[in-house]
Every structure is written in structure tokens, then in C-alpha cells.
Design a binder for this molecule. Structure first.
Ligand code: PMP
Length: 458
């Protein structure tokens, strides 16, 4: 045992002194001791393959040696300085990050969390457009701060308290659970079982969902809007992909009404989707504002908002925006080394290759088992939606999903959960994983599903 505190004592302290809202993922909570790249070790020395990377956060591997070395060097040099004094790490980072974004997305605001970044993006959209209303998808998660709670439309995060003035939700174009089925994304090697009957060059489902989007614009928001937030692939909602072409049309409709378009890349950015560095590029769109967090710092608290000089000026005209820790030397040094590691170790290419390999392997399980309803995603962001049966597509009851989840953990595999009924398994490992690790994970998952089915037969 490595831990200084006994397991039961930790549970006691958690109960007495930590937020009661923080619940553990498993009935027997995992008490971690150490991480190394794609592996985690608990206090008893058991090891787990971490296929959720601390909620899609550890982009290049736990305690990556290069990132650790850079952090230690900066730790001995300078931790903090007010933003009114300049220090090179922030400038080096700003140059590196902006080089990865297309024109005119070149102005960077550094923050500490995804919620803070989205708060600022909301403010920017309103300051620039002089409008109020902001639209986001049902099922979207954009943060838990009082401002962003208006954008987050996931039942268990919504409080029965007034929040989100000026925020409107619109139907999520979810082709598996929504009213119209079709391709998740035309370019994916794996398609949903709810096939669209239209010709390859059109998608009726996309058109139907666009009609819903227009309905939101025409009936529930002011004629002029401030902005529209979208994750390129929804994370918390269970890795939901939109029909091809949807975001492009939606962006045009928003801009026609004076709004700006915001891509929330908190989960999808930094090469995770494989084919592109940013998720918005996979939709062929150019947002006006991009927000990022999580993988940006490989787990170090850090976030950013990137926008155009014009939008940045609209904000500057109105206020002095200040953030004590945003862009601190530690975060910037870590952020720079994360970008270097992604490049040096070809992690975007690895996401593409190993992610596609994994998607196809999980798709085979979908064809094998009735309760594996849908397998979707891109690169190293994969969702497996569990259903009672493929005809009804009703969610598999939560206790049954819990059982499969626990069994995976027992066999040394950690995966995430998502979706309105917590019915979808989410897979988003660090981008350094290998094909043999995928083979292990798929076999563990398969065994857990078989064990579950056998237990149901008894
Ligand atoms: N946007 C998305 C897409 C997220 O997944 C999250 C976190 N789950 C956030 C924003 C908020 O980030 P944070 O928890 O760092 O505030």
C-alpha cells in the first residue's frame, strides 16, 4: 500500500469535508496513487489502462517525462507574475498556439478552465454583436459556472434555479436517438444502424434537423442573435456526431442574423480527432471564436479562447478583461511542451491510425451483440451506446450499464460514461496508446458484455 491515508479514512474525509455533489464513478471508489502515460496505478498497486484520460484531459500521457521536466524547470524559475509584467513563456506559447489556427483566428486569451473560457466567449459574442441571445444544443455541456450553465443542457447539471438568461436550446441533430436517422458523418468508416434512405450526395436527416434549427431561430430567440455554441462532437452527451453539412448550414443561418459562431474544442481539439488538429476543421467550417481547455495542458489547469482581432477589439472597447492566473508561466511552459510532444511523437497521426483501428473493432462488437446499439466517433473519441435492443433503441437500464462498467474496471480497464441516461460508454484515452492496448481493451469490454448477458439469462 502506498497511500498515506487508509482507504476507509479517505472515504470518511470525502463524506465529511468534500462537496456532496462529487460522487464516485464506481460503487467502490478508485483510490489512485500514480499515473504513467496511458496507465494508472491504485493505492494497492493494481494497474488500469486509462481509456478516459481523466475525462478527456490527459492528452499526451500521465506524467509525460518531457512535460514533467519542463514543468519542473519552470517551477524552479518563476511560478507567477501579474499579467502586467511580461514573461517569455506566455509569448512563446501564444506564438506556437496561434500558428496552429487558421487566419483570422490569431488573438489568444489565456484562462484556467473550460467554463471560464466559455464564459469569456459568451461575453465576447455579446460585446461584438450587440445582441443577447445565444443558442446551444440540447445535450451540450459547456461548463458549470452560472453563466455557462445557461448553455449546458444536460439534465443532471441543470438546477431548478434561474440561470442562463438569454440562452436558448435547440434540438441536437442526433441521428441515433433523435427523430430522424441517417449518417453520423459521411466520412466515417462506421455508420449507424439507422441508415438514411437518401442518395449519397444529400442527407434528408440533415435537412430535417436544419428545419428544427430554423424553427428555434424564428420562434424562440430574438431576430438578431449574439452567437451559437457547438462542440464539433458532443462529449458529455455521449460522443454525438452531427450529419455532414449540418454545422456549415447552421453557421450560415447564425451569421445571417448577426451572430458569431463558437467552436467548443475543450474535448475535440489538439489532434484527438486524428484527421485534423481541430474538430471544426472536420466540418469544413471556420468559427469566429474557439474555446479550449482539458487536453491543452495535459491535466495542468489551463484554458484558452482564440478569436479574430476584430472581435478582440470589440471586447477591449468595452472592458478591461483580467484574470489573475490566466497565462501564468507554469501553464504556458506546460502548454508549449504539450504542443511539442504532440508534434514530436506524431500523436495526431496516432489518433487517426489507432482510433480508426479501435472504431472498427468496436463496430464488430456492435454487429455481434444486440445490446451494443451504436458505435461512433472519430480518432480517439469513441462512443458505444448501450440499448435494450436495436429495434427500440431504448437505453439499457442504468444498473445494467453500471455492471458492465464495473466489470471493465475489475479487469483493469477504465472507460467513461455519457448520454442523457448515462447509457453511452465514452472512450478517449491519451493519444499515445497502441494497437495492442486497444486489443486488450476491446477484449475486456467484450468479456464484460458477455458476462452481463450470461447474468441476465440466469
Ligand atoms: N466544454 C466542454 C465540451 C467540456 O466537456 C467541459 C468539461 N467537461 C467544459 C466545457 C468545462 O470545462 P471545465 O470543467 O474545465 O470548466
Amino acid at each position: 500500500r502506498y497511500q498515506s491515508l487508509a482507504y476507509n479514512r479517505v472515504l470518511e474525509i470525502h463524506k465529511q469535508h468534500l462537496s456532496p455533489v462529487l460522487t464516485a464513478y464506481f460503487s467502490e471508489p478508485l483510490l489512485l496513487h500514480q499515473g504513467h502515460m496511458e496507465w494508472l496505478f491504485d493505492y494497492e498497486g493494481n494497474r488500469y489502462l486509462d481509456f478516459f484520460s481523466g475525462i478527456v484531459t490527459v492528452s499526451v500521457g500521465h506524467c509525460h517525462p518531457k512535460v514533467n521536466a519542463v514543468a519542473q524547470k519552470q517551477l524552479g524559475r518563476l511560478w507567477h507574475t501579474s499579467a502586467v509584467f511580461f514573461h517569455p513563456p506566455i509569448h512563446e506559447y501564444a506564438e506556437k498556439l496561434s500558428a496552429l489556427l487558421p487566419e483570422p483566428l490569431k488573438v489568444i486569451f489565456l484562462m484556467n478552465s473550460g467554463s471560464e473560457a466559455n464564459d469569456l466567449a459568451m461575453l465576447m459574442a455579446r460585446a461584438h454583436s450587440n445582441n443577447t441571445d445565444i443558442i446551444s444544443f440540447r445535450g451540450a455541456y459547456h461548463g458549470c459556472s452560472p453563466y455557462t450553465l445557461g448553455l449546458t443542457n444536460v439534465g443532471f447539471y441543470k438546477m431548478e434555479l434561474p440561470s442562463g438568461m438569454g440562452c436558448q436550446s435547440t434540438m441536437c441533430p442526433d441521428v441515433f436517438c433523435g427523430p430522424w436517422g441517417g449518417s453520423h458523418c459521411r466520412d466515417s468508416p462506421v455508420q449507424t444502424i439507422r441508415k438514411c434512405s437518401c442518395a449519397p450526395d444529400c442527407c434528408q436527416a440533415k435537412d430535417q434537423y436544419i428545419e428544427q434549427f430554423k424553427d428555434t431561430l424564428n420562434t424562440s430567440v430574438a431576430k438578431s442573435i449574439a452567437g451559437f455554441f457547438a462542440e464539433p462532437i458532443q462529449g458529455v452527451n455521449g460522443v454525438v456526431q452531427y450529419p455532414k453539412g449540418f454545422l456549415k448550414e447552421a453557421f450560415e443561418l447564425v451569421r445571417e442574423r448577426g451572430g458569431v459562431c463558437i467552436a467548443d474544442e475543450v474535448q475535440t481539439g489538439f489532434g484527438r480527432l486524428g484527421s485534423h488538429f481541430w474538430g471544426f476543421q472536420t466540418h469544413g467550417v471556420l468559427p469566429d471564436i474557439v474555446t479550449m481547455a482539458k487536453g491543452i495542458g495535459n491535466g495542468f489547469p489551463m484554458a484558452a479562447v482564440v478569436t479574430t482581432p476584430e472581435i478582440a477589439k470589440s471586447l477591449a472597447k468595452r472592458l478591461l478583461h483580467f484574470n489573475t492566473f490566466g497565462g501564468n508561466p507554469m501553464a504556458c511552459a506546460v502548454g508549449s511542451s504539450v504542443l511539442e510532444v504532440i508534434k514530436e511523437e506524431n500523436l495526431q497521426e496516432n489518433s487517426q491510425e489507432v482510433g480508426t483501428y479501435m472504431l472498427l473493432k468496436f463496430a464488430k462488437l456492435r454487429d455481434e451483440f444486440e445490446i451494443v446499439g451504436d458505435v461512433r466517433g472519430k480518432g480517439l473519441m469513441i462512443g458505444i451506446e448501450m440499448v435494450k435492443d436495436k429495434t427500440s433503441r431504448q437505453p439499457l437500464p442504468r444498473e445494467e450499464v453500471n455492471q458492465i462498467h464495473q466489470d471493465c474496471k475489475r479487469m483493469g480497464l477504465l472507460i467513461g460514461r455519457g448520454g442523457t441516461f448515462s447509457q453511452t460508454f465514452r472512450i478517449a484515452p491519451s493519444m499515445c496508446i497502441t494497437k495492442p492496448e486497444v486489443d486488450f481493451a476491446v477484449e475486456v469490454f467484450r468479456s464484460a458484455v458477455i458476462q452481463h448477458m450470461e447474468s441476465q439469462d440466469k
